[in-house]
Design a protein around this ligand. Structure first.
Ligand code: FDA
Length: 304
């Protein structure tokens, strides 16, 4: 049953018509728990509230299904406006983005030119941009683009997913770039040909890459709500004498709030991933697929 729900949410998240329909009706079905709002102003207000209790943020303008050059440029413009809003409001946040929304599926050149516009603006403000990692089909091209951009920019980082078999090798390769990485378990439905099917193997690989990247001396964002992973990281940094400014914990907006606050109280850097925008449906479906128990939460909200 759980697997069926997972597959259903994954499929719905990819459906263009479901996304279009959802967009028409605005943030519904409890999506507001996971998505900060539809406008830049709402997202900045959400970040301000997080900053008030010591949490920092990374803002993500949600944009899925980009098919034309004009849509890709528009999406890059939204990223730039987000950076402008962060700077003018003075909130503590950087930016996360998905390269498919900048035209990655149209051409590498288009995506790179949009990335450069965004990175130039971020550099002007002394801000940082994180490239989210999407499904396996986009993994190699995303890493190739990151490598090229990293030669020109210090203010760019990427995400690595623990569920992929290739990941340990990627961590070794990225060490030569002193890459600033966000390490995650991985959110997409992947084939056992490329990704560990068993949770235990994913968790073991996750611990391994956290240790490798930290011991290589690279800035590491451990993005997980899993207390076992968080405790493992705490023990590791303590045992190896790694300073608290060499890593951060990251969690998603609306998930494990108490744990986020507790880590701040313990003196750790905690960054919350704050998504916003009218294209909220795909993101919302990925969160439901991760934890089908959230369905009850959705059902309750449907009748409010
Ligand atoms: P796990 O799935 O084992 O969950 C541990 C516990 O966390 C659960 O028992 C539950 O209590 C809570 N939890 C987890 N997910 C929840 C949810 N949706 N709703 C409610 N509670 C939940 N993935 C990717 O492929 N590319 C990317 O770029 C990113 N970026 C990213 C940024 C940040 C800041 C985070 C925190 C995560 C991502 N992810 C991601 C998603 C990631 O790959 C993974 O799917 C989720 O974080 C869930 O895995 P956990 O490590 O939290 O552990």
């Amino acid at each position: 049953m759980e697997m069926m729900l997972r597959n259903m949410f994954q499929a719905l998240g990819k459906s263009r018509s479901a996304n279009r329909l959802a967009k028409k009706y605005g943030l519904r079905f409890g999506a507001a728990r996971f998505v900060a709002g539809e406008t830049i102003k709402q997202s900045i207000d959400a970040v301000r509230a997080l900053n008030a209790d010591g949490r920092i943020a990374t803002l993500d303008h949600l944009g899925e299904f980009v098919f034309s050059e004009a849509e890709a440029r528009e999406s890059a413009d939204m990223c730039i406006q987000t950076l402008d809003a962060i700077a003018t409001s003075g909130v503590k946040s950087n930016l996360s983005l998905k390269m498919t929304s900048l035209g990655l599926d149209i051409s590498k050149e288009l995506c790179m030119s949009n990335m450069r516009r965004i990175l130039d603006r971020a550099r002007q403000y002394g801000n940082f941009v994180r490239i989210d990692m999407e499904d396996y089909a986009h993994c190699q091209i995303s890493l190739d683009i990151y490598r090229e951009l990293r030669q020109e920019y210090d203010n760019v980082g990427i995400v690595i997913q623990a569920y992929l078999y290739r990941t340990v090798q990627d961590i070794e390769d990225l060490n030569t770039l002193k890459a600033n990485l966000r390490l995650v378990k991985g959110a997409y439905k992947e084939s056992p040909q490329v990704a560990f099917p068993e949770k235990k193997d994913v968790d073991d690989n996750y611990k391994k890459i956290i240790e490798m990247h930290l011991l290589n001396g690279n800035y590491t964002a451990v993005a997980s709500h899993d207390e076992a992973i968080i405790n493992y990281t705490k023990q590791l940094v303590k045992a190896k004498g790694i300073a608290k400014d060499r890593f951060e914990f990251q969690m998603l907006y609306g998930i494990c709030e108490e744990l986020q606050k507790q880590l701040v109280a313990e003196g750790y850097r905690v960054r919350v991933y704050v998504p916003y925008g009218v294209d909220w449906f795909g993101y919302f479906m990925r969160r439901l697929a991760e934890r089908p128990a959230n369905v009850w939460f959705v059902l309750k909200n449907m009748f409010k």
